[in-house]
Ligand binder design. Structure first.
Ligand SMILES: [Ca+2]
Length: 304
């Protein structure tokens, strides 16, 4: 009986101890335990954000390694960017990236919200004094802003006159800035022409030459035309690396991101040209598409 009592008491004690411990854990997760040590926005009280001279856009300190979230929403653009983490120190540098096909823009008011499990969320309005500097986010080849009307080199004389670039919105409004490249033609042949961007090397601009780390991103719109045939070509020391853009499946503006290694690139730093080559999918059918915001990014696509 004594042994039975001993075992029973031990079990009871274990259950009680586990219960106390369990309550302690619960208390640690509760609102009494965690608190905000340093108010969000205290170190950055300005309500104007200039990406040309950016610093930390939001900082806070919480009393433990707890989950936090920052959400930035553009009132005009409807662009959204979210950051999250688990830490006591929150120090966030926002460069103007977006998680959406909408882009943050100069002269826009945004609402920046900080939330965690400790306190009700806090929101601060922030005015964007400048456009994001995309060369801090990646390596921008072209966004067609500030460009003048220019013909693209075409093969057939009868099509060249109807190919143009840099026009304001037309019937297909821009979603990045105000301008984009539009190619429109009714060609006689399969091949209409190409738009060729040559540039200085990727490595000094992006900090890597690993093709597994480099993505090429671009906005493309088929302008409601299903008979575009567009290929993306990367020139890597004389070799052509080709990706067929699924132009017939596009709907409105789309962002396409391609990892360079998936195109067969061996050394990203040896890529010297990005070429968009275009024509009709059937002879006698039109070509009409728009292109914008061609940017290399490191480690991840521009929009994840
Ligand atoms: Ca643009």
């Amino acid at each position: 009986m004594k042994a039975y009592h001993f075992i029973l008491m031990t079990l009871l004690a274990s259950v009680l101890l586990w219960g106390c411990k369990h309550n302690n854990i619960e208390n640690q997760l509760g609102p009494d335990y965690c608190s905000v040590v340093e108010t969000p926005f205290k170190r950055n009280p300005k309500d104007t954000l200039d990406f040309a001279k950016w610093g930390d856009t939001l900082s806070a300190k919480i009393s433990g390694n707890l989950e936090w979230n920052i959400t930035i929403k553009g009132r005009t653009s409807r662009a959204v960017k979210r950051f999250s983490g688990v830490s006591a120190d929150v120090l966030n540098y926002w460069l103007g990236e977006t998680d959406t096909l909408a882009f943050f823009a100069k002269d826009e008011w945004c609402d920046m919200t900080f939330s965690n499990n400790c306190q009700p969320s806090q929101t601060k309005p922030v005015y964007l004094k400048s456009n994001p500097n995309y060369n801090k986010i990646g390596y921008l080849l072209d966004d067609f802003e500030g460009k003048k009307l220019k013909y693209i080199q075409g093969k057939s004389n009868d099509t060249v006159s109807s190919i143009y670039q840099g026009l304001d919105s037309l019937s297909f409004p821009a979603i990045q800035g105000k301008k984009f490249l539009r190619v429109a033609a009714l060609p006689r042949n399969w091949y209409v022409g190409d738009y060729n961007m040559n540039f200085v090397k990727i490595l000094p601009n992006l900090g890597t030459s690993d093709p597994n780390e480099v993505y090429l991103n671009f906005l493309i719109n088929n302008n409601g035309n299903k008979t575009n045939a567009i290929a993306l070509i990367l020139k890597e020391t004389g070799k052509n690396r080709t990706f067929k853009i699924p132009a017939d499946k596009l709907n409105g503006w789309n962002m396409i991101s391609v990892k360079l290694s998936d195109m067969g690139v061996v050394d990203a730093n040896k890529v010297t040209n990005v070429i968009f080559s275009f024509g009709p999918s059937e002879i006698g059918t039109p070509v009409d598409f728009s292109l914008d915001f061609v940017i290399f990014t490191k480690g991840k696509p521009f929009i994840q």
